[in-house]
Design a protein around this ligand. Sequence first.
Ligand SMILES: *Cc1c(COP(=O)(O)O)cnc(C)c1O
Length: 400
Amino acid sequence: MTGKPFIYLDHAATTATRPEVVEAMLPYFSENFGNPSSVYSFSQKNRAVLSECREKIARCLNASSNEIYFTAGGSESDNWALKAAALKYGNQGANAVSKKSGHIITTKIEHHAILHTASYLEQSGYDVTYIDVDENGIIKLDELKKAIREDTILISVMFANNEIGTIEPIKEIGEIAREHDIIFHTDAVQAFGQIPIDVNEYNIDMLSASGHKLNGPKGTGFLYIRTGVNIGSFIHGGAQERGRRAGTENVPGIVGLAKACEIAFSTMKERTEKEIILRDHLIDRILYEVPYARLNGHRTKRLPNNVNISFQFVQGESMLIMLDMAGICASSGSACTSGSIDPSHVLMAIGLPEDIAHGSLRMTLGDENTLEEMDYVVEKIKENVGRLRSMSPQFEDFIK
Ligand SMILES: *Cc1c(COP(=O)(O)O)cnc(C)c1O
């Protein structure tokens, strides 16, 4: 490689919108701009386009098209699912302050769109149980079963984790939920487009997905709501989305989302097989060649594109800056947002000590990545881990 390369290894954060997706969207900005709710034929065409998009997406999940509701992304879908289910299925509270109450079960490793919504609901009078995961990030099913109560209204467990890539036993959770007649929601933002999902086989009642995580446009997504799950609207106003999600439809965005889904599903097998080869090459080389490194997440029950490794005696943030200088975009396991240096809640939940959690690196692959890039990344990691350790007093003490 000559010059500074650009190696993008942060596909769990966002992805590039595919040129084919952009091309599919373009006619819906200035040409076919009609409001799908208008009566004249110019706009009616756009209404038909929305139906086609809904059908395309439903087919990816073995759902029916009237169970797909377009939203502005994964966070909105998660908020809608939890808040509206709580409101609909909660019981009348014991006093005037807690208007509604009820019990919700989720996990300690959810995305903040779920965790912060759950804590908001706790403040509003609901009880929430956060189930533990094992050292690989897999939900403890016995704990889940034990947590179920008479007043449990919802179980929400992510399909696959966005930091460590662990794939959860969704089918088993769906069976447990069904047995107890509890609604089951899954945040499938990372899994959708990467692994096959059948909402009927898995007994999923609600599912969140996002466009920009699968080479679609940002600010697009959907919530699958099984027929018979009667949650109310989250955005109130017009009658769009069968009265359940108001606001003039983002027609170009929806067209792009549907196109991205279509491509993600038609290329899934080939693409993920290739990603798994690159993923395992990266993992194996790092674990073999860098001492005091550990893989986070399950070795095989893992998203095809996720690598998350902790390097002892290294600060993840320093590593990211050094990799950036080498033209590599990665992410740290610890969610360091402007000044706050709390270690990642996911890495804490799998039992990592704080100092090791702080030395974590997440690299998430996409179909444009190559084996050559992986080898370059390994060389840069070796170089920089070595350099950072040589400056670490803890490492000096340790090797004495
Ligand atoms: C990215 C992500 C979200 C949020 O999706 P947005 O479309 O960015 O709002 C929710 N859950 C998981 C697991 C994610 O990875």
